[in-house]
Design a binder for this molecule. Structure first.
Ligand code: EPZ
Length: 420
């Protein structure tokens, strides 16, 4: 397996560009199934998960043409095989996002059972309950979920718990339903808003973007449009943590501060100076003695679960004691045992972690487990004495475009060692 070798102890300085958001690109790519024309999409990040979604759409019959500047033209108007096969769903759970659009456009879908992943069982019962309420007939066997719907009907559905892709799936399923669909307890994440804005630009009639109640008035068809994907607030937040954890000064360009408010607040509570302007956010920790800061992860607009691991690494070397509560996923502390290998003082108690700051971490050989846990190990490696080796780094490549190139541009010394 490829690994990253990181030399610790270097202050990071400089600017890095933020890429397009993975978690906006995935639903928007899936939603191209709803269109009768080719769609141009720009600012797509070069990530494993995005190529997996493109592979999935292509396997169903979409035609994809790559254009310059991170753009593609995708024509999903003649899907021949509405099926998401096992090896793609296993690689990327977000493959379930094709269910809603396939049912809305073609009246059927066959999806490999998504199974769990490292951060939890990740059920999709809310997705299925909503689609069933809209009239889909759903059967399952050990391998697949089979969905059929002569026609999906507008309905009222309340999510038992906020679900990002659940909200996205039901929005896409409702776009052509005659009448008005009302979805309650919806996810308010910026990536959901980007999907809604994209669909509305193509003629959909969706109200309540960013709110917990979303109303979708059915339309007959969507028109040909182009779209540029929202910047990735989690990637941006990760590079800002890299600046803070190394007592450096880092500016992330191509991001607006309104996407990062709960994260910026926590930086400031830890003593990090945060400035922002048109299209950038920067941290200056050159004179900062990091102070521990507790946090609870919550659905947007709360502190994002996708930044929890990164702030655990930051708290590991801050002065004082912090508590981190992971309230979204049931098992999102895979990074703890690896950070402990590097000398972090962390105790777990159910979904809470107590972190006692230590003066420094020590480089070690650690194993990446999931996307954001891997990022926290890279951040710890930036300050770990001597060098840190991270195995299984394909997790990182799923969500970060050339992470070592961007960090090395800020002064880090990271090399990617090919699989031996
Ligand atoms: C999305 O996952 C993101 N992925 C995740 O990002 C992110 O961590 C998560 O939302 C929370 O913000 C994409 O957008 C592709 P959920 P999703 O449905 O939609 C439970 C990353 O790092 N639940 O909001 O799968 C679920 O178990 C990834 O980029 C059900 O019980 O998450 C969890 O506890 C990781 N039944 C909670 O709800 C369901 O039918 C939130 O899950 C659906 C969800």
């Amino acid at each position: 397996m490829e690994r990253l070798i990181i030399k610790g102890g270097i202050q990071l300085h400089g600017e890095v560009n933020c890429s397009g958001a993975k978690n906006a690109g995935l639903p928007i790519l899936a939603s191209t199934i709803l269109f009768d024309d080719p769609i141009s999409i720009f600012n797509l990040p070069h990530l494993k998960d995005i190529s997996t979604m493109l592979e999935l759409l292509n396997s169903m019959g979409s035609e994809i043409r790559f254009e310059e500047e991170d753009g593609i033209e995708i024509d999903s108007s003649s899907i021949k095989k509405p099926e998401a096969r096992y090896e793609l769903v296993k690689t990327m759970r977000a493959s379930v996002l094709v269910m809603g659009p396939l049912l809305a456009k073609y009246g059927k879908a066959k999806i490999s059972q998504p199974g769990g992943c490292n951060i939890g069982s990740r059920p999709i019962d809310f997705h299925l309950a909503g689609l069933q309420k809209m009239g889909a007939k759903i059967t399952t066997d050990s391998k697949f979920i089979y969905l059929e719907a002569e026609r999906l009907n507008a309905t009222n559905f309340e999510f038992p718990k906020i679900s990002v892709t659940g909200t996205e799936n039901l929005i896409m399923a409702s776009v052509f339903c005659k009448g008005t669909t009302v979805l309650r307890n919806c996810a308010r994440e910026p990536e959901v808003v980007d999907l809604i804005n994209f669909l509305n630009s193509a003629g959909a009639k969706i109200k309540g973007a960013g709110e917990s109640v979303i109303e979708i008035e059915g339309v007959d068809k969507l028109k040909k449009v182009g779209w540029s994907i929202l910047p990735d607030r989690i990637e941006a937040g990760t590079y800002l943590v890299a600046g803070a954890i190394t007592n450096g000064h880092v500016r992330v360009k191509g991001i607006e501060s309104n996407l990062l408010e709960p994260v910026i607040q926590k930086f400031r509570e830890m003593g990090v100076v945060v400035n922002s302007g048109k299209n950038y956010v920067e941290v200056d920790a050159t004179t900062t003695e990091l102070v521990s800061c507790s946090l609870d992860t919550e659905p947007f607009p709360g502190f994002p679960t996708d930044m929890q691991a990164q702030f655990m690494a930051l708290n590991s070397i801050a002065k004082g004691v912090s508590m981190i509560a992971e309230n979204v996923f049931e098992n999102r502390f895979q990074h703890v045992v690896e950070l402990q290998k590097m000398g972090a003082d962390i105790q777990l108690d159910g979904h809470k972690a107590k972190i006692v700051g230590v003066s420094n971490l020590v480089g070690s050989s650690v194993i990446a487990s999931d996307l954001r846990a891997s990022a926290s190990l890279v951040l710890a490696g930036l300050v770990g004495k001597n060098r840190t080796e991270i195995e299984d780094i394909y997790h990182i490549d799923r969500g970060y475009q050339c992470i070592e190139e961007k960090l090395n541009k800020l002064g880090a010394e990271i090399i990617r060692q090919p699989a031996i």
